[in-house]
Design a binder for this molecule. Sequence first.
Ligand code: CDP
Ligand code: CDP
Length: 229
Amino acid sequence: MTQKIRIAIDGPAASGKSTTARLLAQKLGYLYIDTGAMYRAATLSVLRAGIDVHDEQAVVDHVRNIKISLKIVDGIQRTFLNDEDVSDQIRTPQINQIISVISSYPGVREVLIEQQRELAKEGGVVMDGRDIGTVVLPDAELKVFLVASIKERARRRQLDLERQGIKMDLKAIEQEIKQRDKLDSSRAQSPLKKADDARELDTTNLTIKEQVEIIYRWALEKIEKGAAK
Ligand code: CDP
Ligand code: CDP
């Protein structure tokens, strides 16, 4: 029987993680888990509850009591917060501004990492985030770290926002991304960091199809190696 491996895809904001992870999962018939969406849903819930984001204890207590789930609706993965579809509400500049504060709290990470490991326990998953290869799934059979230039990442995010009807200046997006990368990389718990055994891929000059194809080949190598054991 072919082995179902676990694939971890990490990298900075807008490097192409979720697009690649989703398409790769489709190609392999695996489950795709967008951990960024989970942190985003937790952040939305904290904001809606009117909690002071700097009150760590209150934030952690709140996140312990919410239900976040990822479900496929009409072939597309959607994010649910207490059974409400919040997939669109979680991708706004307002969430981007404070998410790194919320996700730096160890108590918040503990809750979400436990759920992420539970979702991956059967194997056959592609999970994307910041700490998947280092902390969430340190034994993942394939670890990928995506990077791209800041200019290209800002351009991609601007197009994403435009598609949502949000106009934002390129320089402001660049600043927001830089600030978030800095906070994500410098936090004490689970910082954004390439795992020692991760393969790095620069997507700056690649098309989506090309980057998916490269990682798909890496995955097949791992699967074949596992089957040959
Ligand atoms: O799509 P983008 O790369 O902009 O962000 P995302 O993957 O949706 O993640 C949003 C934020 O959630 C990140 O900036 C991190 O602060 C946090 N995050 C995290 O701390 N750990 C993860 N495994 C995934 C996301
Ligand atoms: O998840 P992460 O924030 O790392 O990036 P993403 O949301 O997958 O990608 C950001 C945007 O860049 C999406 O609209 C992708 O379609 C686009 N993109 C890409 O991922 N790779 C390319 N080579 C070109 C564009």
